[in-house]
Ligand binder design. Structure first.
Ligand code: AGP
Length: 622
């Protein structure tokens, strides 16, 4: 998604803006730009299509853009193809060839999100003699601010609030006004935006990593709020233009946590952070061998009143839901329906007041998941968010929230966030089962003790990663791969397949092993890679015979199972073992080798495992 940065203070702005955008690169983008102002001189705008380094080259690392206030942007195209013209910042007048904005450019700004009614607003503006140089919804938004600013002769905050009332959709806006040198104004609805203030300086960003170098105290701007940032000070406003008091949030992530910490990629670093992240998440919910969900507003009475659970998410978060449904139904006897958020939103929702809708999301900003949450809330259904980013939209709009403690996840392909979400769902399940009298104290403590061993068992798997690196190198030229499993193992196949697809670009499919004979087995050819996940004792034999069916058609079989199931070597060509844990929680262990497989395949194919093509870390558009 787009990245926004802003700076006003006593230092040159451009180098600071470039540095901030570099820390937001993971959000996915196709073009970038800066707008910088020196005192009350006209703003200068520089934009490039492509990578950020082109913008740095064009501005000699920011040195040719003189000024102590500015905004920057990395764009992920939604309206209008990736181009320099469509790149942000956009202006309410025009930009001359030398990058200087024309005198009628009262407003210069950047935007993250989608203005759904931009076409209607554009028509209105054209009828008021505005002309347009780009195809973007952002240019429309910036010109709308200018329109209200001039028509009603109001200040920046009033011009912004009038624009917000007219616009539909999502936006994080950062704008500068010609009549207000040294000041940055921001407005937000549904797209993330944070503010940081230090002695004599003010910062704006889409996400924490861009600010960590300067401050740990950040302010999260809430929906339909605005702010005015001047050196050393920020003032927040609501839609009526009244000031709003806000507390800052202390970010415990240090710059290291957002850097690569010595690993080649964020992804492999984050894979290795899983034991720590799992332990932190466990300890955030378990005190003195008791799971405490009261922080999430889930007291015993509420838990007893739940008759059905809907888990709603996208991508890997949905895979967490697919795995969790087996665990919840088996341990807590609660019916579960797991649904893709983009499907949930458009179905006839037969929800009942006694339902619980759980939204799982690493970023807390995924548009489909956020809208699904709103649909459930609009029906008066209790909503619980499992989110990794403090203060994110989903976290703040859900009735209850449980934060995973995975720390910043920079790689586009999720690993530690997935694992901490899964562990959180285990703890939720065990607590629900105990409170509802489905399990007794002894079983409760048994499950807790089993879950508590997961971090160290993940550590042990990571110590064995070389075997997977060797295996992945063998298959780096593979065109197709199939993951098969039954029950919980099938849910892990979904995640293993996505990891492989999204970062190595090898086409793969996850199949319920019993489903192969209904069509897909026709795709198995000599040498096709079939990866079987087998950890559920009562399903083992059947999956082995499915593997044998593939082998008889020439497939190359990899078997992924738990220590002790050595008979699998009679069928599989390559077997990888993970430590044992209660079968309900085996997914937390089998997913690790599959994450590593995806990563090693990606790098063996010379690809960027952190920033795979066409993908964004957080999909804040529909
Ligand atoms: C998984 O590796 C992908 N990054 C993607 O599927 C992701 O899980 C999905 O977009 C959901 O994102 P969220 O957890 O931030 O809502």
């Amino acid at each position: 998604m787009c990245g926004i940065v802003g700076y006003t203070g006593n230092r040159q702005a451009a180098p600071i803006l470039l540095d901030g955008l570099a820390r937001l690169e993971y959000r996915g983008y196709d073009s970038a730009g800066l707008a910088v102002r020196d005192g009350d001189a006209s703003v200068r705008v520089v934009k490039t299509k492509g990578r950020l380094r082109l913008l740095a080259e064009k501005t000699d690392d920011g040195r040719t853009l003189v000024g102590t206030v500015g905004i920057g942007h990395t764009r992920w195209a939604t309206h209008g193809e990736p181009s320099e013209l469509n790149a942000h910042p956009h202006v309410s007048g025009n930009i001359m060839d030398n990058g200087v904005t024309t005198d009628d450019s009262e407003v210069v700004g950047v935007h993250n999100g989608i203005i759904e009614n931009f076409a209607e607003l554009k028509t209105k503006l054209i009828s008021n003699k505005y002309t347009f140089y780009s195809e973007t919804d952002t240019e429309v938004a910036i010109k709308m601010v200018d329109y209200y600013y001039k028509k009603y002769k109001v200040g920046p905050i009033d011009a912004l609030s009038k624009t917000m009332v007219r616009m539909r959709g999502s936006y994080a806006l950062a704008v500068m006004f010609k009549d207000y040198p040294g000041e940055i104004y921001v407005a937000r609805k549904d797209a993330p935006l944070i503010v940081g203030v230090t002695e004599g300086e003010g910062f704006v960003a889409s996400d924490v990593p861009a600010l960590l170098k300067y401050t740990r105290q950040v302010y999260y701007i809430d929906n339909l709020e605005m702010a005015r940032i001047v050196p050393g000070e920020v003032t927040f406003y609501d839609l009526n233009g009244d000031t709003v008091k806000k507390e800052s949030t202390t970010i415990t992530w240090d710059v290291e946590a957002a850097e690569k910490g010595g690993y080649e990629h964020f992804m492999i670093k984050e894979i290795h952070e899983q034991p720590r992240a799992l332990m932190d998440t466990f300890n955030s919910l378990v005190k003195e061998q008791k799971i405490d969900l009261t922080g999430a507003g889930l007291d015993d009475e509420t838990i007893r009143g739940i008759e059905r659970i809907h888990i709603v998410a996208c991508g890997s978060a949905w895979h967490v839901g697919m795995a969790s449904q087996y665990v919840i139904e088996d341990i807590a006897n609660i019916p579960v329906r797991t649904e893709l958020a983009s499907e949930f939103r458009y179905r006839k929702l037969l929800l009942k007041p006694s339902d619980l809708v759980i939204i799982i999301s690493q970023s807390g900003e995924t548009a489909d998941s956020l809208e699904a949450l709103r649909e459930a809330k609009a029906m008066g259904i209790r909503t619980l968010a499992i989110v990794n980013v403090v203060g994110s939209s989903i976290a703040r709009e859900a009735d209850n929230v449980i934060y995973t403690i995975a720390g910043p996840e920079i790689a586009v392909a999720t690993t530690k966030a997935y694992s901490t979400q899964l562990l959180t769902m285990y703890l939720l399940t065990v607590q629900f089962a105990f409170v509802r009298g489905v399990i007794d104290e002894e079983q409760y403590q048994y499950y807790l003790s089993e879950i508590k061993t997961i971090p160290s068992k993940v550590e042990r798997i990571l110590e064995n990663k070389e075997r997977l690196q060797w295996f992945a190198a063998k298959f780096s030229a593979e065109k197709d791969a199939f993951f098969i499993g039954r029950g919980l193992d099938y849910a892990i196949c979904l995640e293993g397949s996505l990891k492989m697809k999204e970062i190595s670009y090898i086409h793969s499919e996850a199949y319920a092993a019993g489903e192969l004979k209904h069509g897909t087995i026709s795709l198995i050819e000599p040498g096709t890679l079939v990866i079987g996940v087998l950890t559920q004792k009562h399903l083992m034999e059947k999956t082995v015979s499915n593997l044998a069916e593939c082998k008889s058609r020439g497939a190359y079989l990899m078997g992924l199972t738990s220590n002790g199931n050595y008979s699998l070597e009679d069928t599989a060509d390559f077997t990888f073992y993970v430590p044992r844990v209660d079968e309900h929680f085996m997914g937390s262990l089998t997913v690790i080798p599959l994450q590593l497989m995806g990563y090693y395949l990606s790098i063996s194919r010379g690809l960027d495992a952190d920033k795979p093509r066409n993908l964004a870390k957080s999909v804040t558009v529909e």
